[in-house]
Each structure stands twice: as structure tokens, then as C-alpha cells.
Design a protein. Structure first.
Length: 209
């Protein structure tokens, strides 16, 4: 059986990626694809416990980074790899690109440390397609601060998100074959239309023997 495709969604907090997850899931189902929707940090019972700590417990940046990758390792072993091997598609709300952007950029750990951890935890597994939801930071921050109680990352100040966004852009440039940048200042309908076309293309390619 053909492996499923691995799709991920990325963007700074407030960029609006999570709004589109139910739409993508529904589109894939309509196209006859079995899809597992999951998220990082999280996606397994242990990963969800680590998520609670990561979002709310003060900790050193290295601890934070290692816990992100600990949760990711568990997620890959328990959820992502088995689903892909069964021919299911995996739609993941954030993956290693978030560590690259947030810990590498935002927390200023640098790209190299993240690349070492990526090589250690998932040398052979990368998303087949990553949608980077991109929005001017002023708008993303406005959206964020009108929403709800903020977690440890969302409480960070402007400079943190400037660095995070720069690292996202850098990665999208370096790995342009799998990245698609979505202009998140468009209307939801415009974004959905774009996603729909791309999903149809992906499924058609995947179904071609
Ligand atoms: P979410 O709000 O999109 O679910 O993500 C939770 C937070 O975790 C978000 O602020 C980004 C952060 N994060 C990292 O800092 N590094 C990572 O590797 C991941 C997956 C998330």
C-alpha cells in the first residue's frame, strides 16, 4: 500500500492557521482520503501532558526545546508513522518548523541546535506539504490579544515574534519545494478556495499509480 501524505500547518500565533483545519479535513474526506488530524505539542496522551507543561510552566529554553522534541518523538512513533504506513494522511497543526521558528528564532537558540535534534528524532520524516500562514505581525498580535487567556508563548513581546516569523520565512525559502505561503490577510473564502485547489491536485497526484 502507498504511504499517506504528511501535511502540516504553521505560522506565528494569531496567523489564523487553526481555523482552516476542519475545512481541510472535510475536503480530504470528500476526496476519499482517510485523514488523521493531530497537533504539536501533543497528539498522544504523553504529548498532551507535555503540552500542558510547555504552555504554562516556566522553564529554561533548552528544557523547552528538548520537551518539544520528546513530545514529537512520541507523536511520530505512536501516531504519525503508523497512520502514514496504513495509507492514511496526517494533518498536523505544527511540526518541527515550529521548533525551528520559535526555539531557534524566537528563543534565539539558533538553527543548528534544532537541525541536530531534527536529524536525531526524525531524519527520514518530513511533511510532504507545509502551509505557512503569513500575516503582518501587527495584525496577528491584535488578533491574539483580543482572543483569550494567553499561554507562555502568546505572552511574548514583539521582538520574539519578529524573530520567529523571520525564521519561518527563512525555512520556507530553504525548503521551498514543500512550503506554500498563504497570505492570511485574505478572506476565509479566498484562502479556502486556494486550499481546495491545492488539495485536489495533491490527491490526484497521490492517486496516480
Ligand atoms: P498552538 O497554539 O498553535 O497549538 O501551539 C502552541 C504553542 O507552542 C505555540 O505558541 C507555538 C509553540 N510551539 C513551539 O514553540 N515549538 C514547537 O515546536 C511547537 C510544535 C509549538
Amino acid at each position: 500500500m502507498k504511504n499517506g501524505l504528511f501535511l502540516s500547518l504553521e505560522g506565528v500565533d494569531g496567523a489564523g492557521k487553526s481555523t482552516h483545519i476542519p475545512f481541510i479535513e472535510q475536503q480530504l474526506q470528500q476526496l476519499g482520503v482517510e485523514v488523521v488530524v493531530t497537533r504539536e505539542p501533543g497528539g498522544t496522551p504523553l504529548g498532551e501532558k507535555l503540552r500542558e507543561l510547555l504552555l504554562h510552566e516556566p522553564m529554561d529554553t533548552r528544557t523547552e526545546t528538548l520537551l518539544m522534541f520528546a513530545a514529537r518523538n512520541e507523536h511520530i512513533k505512536q501516531t504519525i508513522a503508523p497512520a502514514l504506513a496504513q495509507g492514511k494522511w496526517v494533518l498536523c497543526d505544527r511540526f518541527s518548523d515550529a521548533s525551528f521558528a520559535y526555539q531557534g528564532g524566537g528563543r534565539e537558540l539558533g538553527a543548528e541546535t534544532i537541525e541536530i535534534l531534527e536529524q536525531w528524532v526524525h531524519p527520514d520524516l518530513w511533511p510532504d506539504r507545509t502551509w505557512l500562514f503569513d500575516l503582518p505581525l501587527e495584525i496577528a498580535m491584535q488578533r491574539l490579544h483580543t482572543s483569550r487567556v494567553l499561554d507562555r508563548f502568546e505572552q511574548e513581546q514583539g521582538e520574539f515574534f519578529v524573530r520567529t516569523q523571520q525564521f519561518y520565512h527563512q525555512r520556507a525559502q530553504q525548503q521551498s519545494q514543500r512550503f506554500t505561503i498563504i497570505d492570511s490577510s485574505q478572506s476565509i473564502q479566498q484562502i479556502q478556495q486556494q486550499l481546495q485547489t491545492q488539495l485536489q491536485e495533491l490527491v490526484a497526484q497521490w492517486q496516480t499509480p
